[in-house]
Design a protein around this ligand. Structure first.
Ligand code: SF4
Length: 202
């Protein structure tokens, strides 16, 4: 199992969190909700920190148009709508879970049957695609991380406004996390808690 990391042209590493905290002031790169029109902000995170990183590794290790790499995507049968075809000749996308007719629940059961612990969610802890339920879970299970998400949201909001932009929020209720995530039980069961690209586990 290889863990790939993004590196800049000068060879130094860069994480998405570092870019958010220290990077360009020209807008957020994760899909925060824009208070102006409710739309998600332009999302560069998946392309810059997953797809390009994996593609570079494939090319560095011999993937060419004549000999394309096969990239197995982590998308299950109940996520058919997320299937895609590659636009780059040096890679071919494969969907082994769909070929095996496995749903996400089937995968969870297989992992349990094998005696392995359940796989953690693949999303970043600060992902604006989190449901309200997921934010509550983060606050309950890892309050320090939740506090960091609250601080990150406030910092990105401030930066956006300093640059003449409108408000940005981590959740589509268009209120800060600190205002909408309390200690009460939450009934929002929206399952949108993962990064939907399928590139997290390839
Ligand atoms: S989990 Fe969310 S923030 Fe992280 S890369 Fe995916 S879309 Fe971007």
């Amino acid at each position: 199992l290889l863990e790939l990391h993004r590196t800049r042209r000068d060879g130094t590493g860069e994480t998405l969190l570092h870019r958010l905290e220290h990077g360009s002031t020209s807008g957020v790169t994760i899909p925060m909700r824009l208070g102006v029109n409710g739309a998600p902000a332009r999302r560069q995170c998946t392309a810059d920190f997953k797809i390009r990183v994996i593609d570079k590794w494939l090319r560095d290790h011999g993937a060419t148009a004549d000999q394309p790499a096969t990239l197995g995507m982590g998308i299950s049968l109940d996520e058919l709508q997320r299937m895609n075809v590659s636009r780059e000749a040096y890679k071919v996308l494969a969907y082994p879970l769909i070929d095996l007719r496995l749903t996400a629940a089937d995968c969870v059961a297989l992992v349990a049957e094998a005696g392995l612990p359940p796989a953690p969610k693949s999303a970043c802890w600060f992902c604006p695609y989190h449901s309200l339920r997921a934010w509550h879970d983060l606050k309950r299970e890892t309050p320090a991380l939740f506090d960091k998400a609250v601080a990150l949201e406030a910092m990105l909001m401030q930066r956006q406004q300093d640059n003449g932009g409108g408000a940005v929020f981590m959740h589509d209720r268009f209120q800060p996390l600190s205002a909408i995530v309390g200690d009460q039980t939450i009934m929002d069961l929206t399952p949108e808690d993962t990064c939907e690209s399928g590139y997290c586990m390839t």
